[in-house]
Design a protein around this ligand. Structure first.
Ligand SMILES: [Cu+2]
Length: 165
C-alpha cells in the first residue's frame, strides 16, 4: 500500500475523499442555480419562457423570441441578496451595454421601457409591459450584477393578427 497505509485505512481515506468531492460538487451546483427564476407570461396567461436569473456566469443569455403584446415578467429571488430588473429597448447585444460606475448607463444603452425596482431575498416581483416588436435587454440594476452576467436578450416578434370579429 502507498504511504504506509493498511488496506483498511486506504479504503477509508478514499471514501472520505469521495464524500468530500460529492459535497463540493453538489454545493457548487446548488449555489450556481440558486439565484431565482425569471418568467415571461403572455396575455393569455401562458408561461412563455422560464430562465434562471443568474449571477456569476459572465455571459447572460438569450430568451426565446416571444410574440408582441402584453408580457408579464416575474422574478422570484432565491438568492441571499436583492435583485431588480430593468427592461431596455436597444439594438445592442445584451453583453455590449455601456457601463458607468458598475451599472448600465441607461441613457447610452437605449430606450427605457420600465423597471421592477427591488426584489428582496426570498421575495418576488413582477410587472406587465406592453412590448411592440423589437429587441430588448433585461438586466439586473444592482451594481456589479450586469457585469456578473445577470442579463438576457429578448426578441419580440410581430404578434399573431387579431382575430376577426
Ligand atoms: Cu442582481
Amino acid at each position: 500500500m502507498p504511504l504506509g497505509l493498511t488496506r483498511r485505512q486506504f479504503v477509508f481515506v478514499g471514501l472520505v475523499l469521495a464524500i468530500g468531492l460529492t459535497v463540493a460538487i453538489v454545493g457548487f451546483h446548488a449555489h450556481s442555480h440558486s439565484h431565482g427564476d425569471l418568467r415571461v407570461i403572455d396575455a393569455e396567461g401562458n408561461v412563455q419562457v422560464v430562465g434562471a436569473w443568474r449571477l456569476g456566469s459572465s455571459e447572460g443569455g438569450d430568451l426565446p423570441a416571444v410574440p408582441s403584446g402584453d408580457l408579464r415578467f416575474e422574478l422570484s429571488n432565491a438568492d441571499g441578496v436583492r435583485h431588480s430588473f430593468v427592461v431596455v429597448r436597444t439594438d445592442l447585444e445584451g453583453e455590449d451595454l455601456p457601463l458607468s460606475n458598475g451599472r448600465v448607463d441607461l441613457e447610452a444603452a437605449g430606450e427605457l421601457v420600465g423597471t421592477v425596482e427591488t426584489v428582496l431575498p426570498g421575495g418576488s416581483g413582477g410587472r406587465t409591459f406592453s412590448l411592440p416588436a423589437g429587441r430588448y435587454v433585461l438586466y439586473c440594476d444592482i451594481a456589479g450584477h450586469y457585469e456578473g452576467g445577470m442579463f438576457y436578450t429578448l426578441v419580440v416578434e410581430d404578434g399573431p393578427s387579431p382575430a376577426s370579429p
